[in-house]
Design a protein around this ligand. Structure first.
Ligand SMILES: [Zn+2]
Length: 647
């Protein structure tokens, strides 16, 4: 039987890459304290969070109404999870006392029976579990449990874990297959993957069984959500119209063919399905996960790893419908795509899933946060004309500059916890092999084949094509390094201690045996060149257009480098792309890219007319592109990924 693949422990990894290492430091230095101020409503010019205030009211320590989103508690949980990852990384110890204070407050807000949700406790204590479609009680419980698991792993303390366990035990008492328990399942998946983690840390099978039961029950006839809507007789929080596909409850998950509905919900559900399939050996769920992965990444995903084409209901639409200026592409959905992809790689052992994990990380997820750590995108456009992003129009959701916070603020804390736990995305392990999934410079020390193994991955592949791994192996048993060589990397030579090797490739991983004790230097020399990409002709929005990428990084034009009205820019896909100096003051050392283009300076012959006789005039210009993940960090203005092609 194949060994189980697990993400490497965050505590064993130090990310030192000039770009991601900087953001990892930023999480501890700036993002955690900033978000803590936000959660306590101490930032004057930001949307109010109400998060900590709601816990105080629910704990009976203050009077007042609940404010903010029904799932606002999750901002506190994701903040705590981020602090836990930083403590694991040895960078967050100073926040431990503050976090402990918050954990105590959370415990005082928990009901004696284990129930914990400030919105219901303050506003509708009589209506718990009556609106699973919209109420987010189990979604919030899931984030509580995930935070509790992370806190336990980081500190060895059970304080937050036990709060999660009490709530999980209550949910297990309320929901389940027998004993007169309720039949429902969560409107927003999340608790399923949290219960899998809780099972892992406690060893208690009932949490895994409950997670599996939630997946098994979802979408069965007679549909629970339809029955719940009828029972509530038009009393709803958000949805006056509702379709079960919005929450992926239109059919049992194992039968689903395409990625439907709310993109974040879809990713969290699919992640849980992959978890359950991997733990329980469920072949039908595995096949569904593979179908849904393909549906998502081969037909419904942006080149930036963004997903969710429609702002209305933040959802998937139909194959190849990928508008660039009015899409949704929520930051959380791309975090979810990373979660799903890692689990698919663990389920199948195949490296290729990390192509899209890396795409989402290096573009949309990183682009969701400013280089200062205190401004965020919720929605991630590929084309911005700031004047058109007007309030009270269909473009209202698109913000041309990152925001300090949001009235619904799931994304900032989600990005923070992802950046703080990046080591567990870069490396995974199965006891015998160390998997190097992304070429992001880092150090790891772990145990492989019964002995200590440390690896220093120094990767400058974007700059000079070189990847170097310094390995120290203490154990006598053979170990393997499984290296994902990404598709954009043209490998020249691979060597160990200067001796060229020709290793086998297994499921996309180059398998490098490290058979003896001692020190080894593995060197990979190759090339990454910037290149133009086009989209399949079915993608109407990108017809006749090109985008430019360097390795996993999508590039974009910004007004500050290229002037306004970027829609008038044309580029030949045959243009030579010159690698230029990184643009100051953007972080990291990703180069900017320079190439020849043309600008349309006049379209019609007539003066002062809106429409007229075609009279196109073009003039040559030099264009400069910067990494999409860093756009909007300088002067505000227009931005464009897909440029019209001169063909
Ligand atoms: Zn979000």
């Amino acid at each position: 039987m194949r060994k189980r693949i697990r993400p490497s422990a965050v505590t064993n990894v130090e990310v030192v890459n000039t770009l991601f290492g900087r953001y990892a430091d930023l999480v501890a230095d700036r993002i955690i304290p900033y978000q803590w101020d936000i959660l306590n409503d101490r930032i004057a010019d930001a949307e109010k969070s109400w998060c900590v205030e709601n816990f105080r009211i629910a704990a009976g320590e203050k009077q007042g109404r609940h404010h903010g989103a029904v799932f606002g508690d999750t901002d506190a949980y994701k903040w705590l999870e981020t602090v836990a990852f930083c403590i694991e990384n040895h960078t967050g110890a100073e926040y431990k006392p503050v976090a402990e204070g918050l954990i105590e407050l959370i415990s005082r807000a928990q009901k004696p029976d284990g129930y914990l949700n400030t919105w219901y406790t303050i506003e509708h204590p009589d209506k718990c579990w009556t609106n699973l479609i919209e109420g987010h009680e189990m979604y919030s419980a899931g984030h509580l449990i995930e935070a509790g698991v992370a806190w336990y792993r980081a500190t060895g303390e059970r304080s937050l874990l036990d709060i999660g366990v009490r709530f999980a035990d209550l949910i297990e008492k309320e929901f389940g297959p027998d004993g007169g328990r309720r039949e429902g399942y969560p409107g927003h998946p999340e608790i399923e993957l949290a219960l899998v983690k809780l099972h892992e840390v406690t060893g208690n099978e009932k949490y895994l069984s409950l997670a599996r039961w939630f997946i098994d029950m979802r979408g069965r006839e007679p549909n629970y959500f339809i029955r719940e809507r009828k029972a509530n007789e038009g009393e709803y929080l958000f949805f006056d119209r509702y379709e079960t596909a919005y929450a992926q409850a239109h059919m049992p998950p194992a039968e689903q063919e395409t990625a439907e509905g709310h993109a974040v919900r879809a990713m969290y559900l699919f992640s849980a399905m992959a978890d359950i399939s991997e733990r329980c050996g469920d072949e039908a769920l595995r096949a569904a996960c593979i179908r849904l992965w393909k549906s998502t990444t081969q037909r419904r995903m942006y080149i930036t790893g963004g997903i969710g084409s429609s702002a209305f209901l933040e959802r998937f639409t139909t194959d190849y419908d990928l508008p660039n200026d009015r899409m949704y592409c929520e930051s959380c959905a791309s975090v979810g795509l990373m979660m799903f992809g890692c689990r698919m790689a663990a389920l199948t052992g195949e490296a290729g899933y990390y192509d899209e994990v890396e795409r989402a990380l290096c573009n949309t997820v990183l682009g969701g946060i400013s280089m200062t750590g205190d401004h965020y995108f919720y929605v991630n456009p590929l084309e911005v004309w700031p004047d058109s992003c007007m309030s009270l129009t269909s473009m209202e959701h698109v913000k041309p500059v990152r925001q300090r916070w949001f009235d619904v603020a799931c994304c900032p804390t989600n990005i923070a916890r992802t950046l703080a736990s990046l080591g567990s995305y870069i490396f995974s392990e199965d006891g015998e092999s160390l998997f190097v999934n992304m070429l992001i410079s880092s150090r790891i020390s772990t145990r492989v084949s019964g002995g200590n193994l440390s690896l220093y991955l120094h990767s400058s592949f974007v700059q000079d094509g070189e990847v170097r791994m310094e390995v120290e192996k203490e154990g006598a048993e053979p170990a393997f390094i499984r290296l994902r060589v990404p598709p954009y990397y043209k490998m020249g030579e691979l060597s160990i201690n200067g001796k060229a090797i020709l290793p086998e490739v297994d499921r996309g991983y180059t398998v490098i045996p490290v058979l003896e004790q001692g020190s080894f230097v593995i060197t990979m020399k190759g090339r990454v060149v910037p290149r133009f990409f086009a989209a399949k002709e079915e993608v109407r929005a990108d017809a006749g257009k090109v985008a430019v990428m360097l390795g996993p990084y999508v590039y974009c034009l910004e007004e500050t480098d290229n002037g306004a009205n970027l829609a008038n820019v044309f580029v030949s896909p045959d243009s030579a792309i010159e690698i230029a100096q990184p643009e100051k003051p953007l972080p990291g050392d990703l180069p900017s890219l320079v190439f020849e283009g043309m600008r349309l300076s006049r379209s019609i012959v007539e003066e002062d007319a809106l429409y007229g006789t075609p009279g196109f005039e073009m003039s040559p210009m030099k264009l400069k592109a910067v990494p999409y993940c860093l756009w909007g960090n300088r002067e505000p203005g227009e931005m464009l990924v897909w440029m019209k092609a001169l063909v």
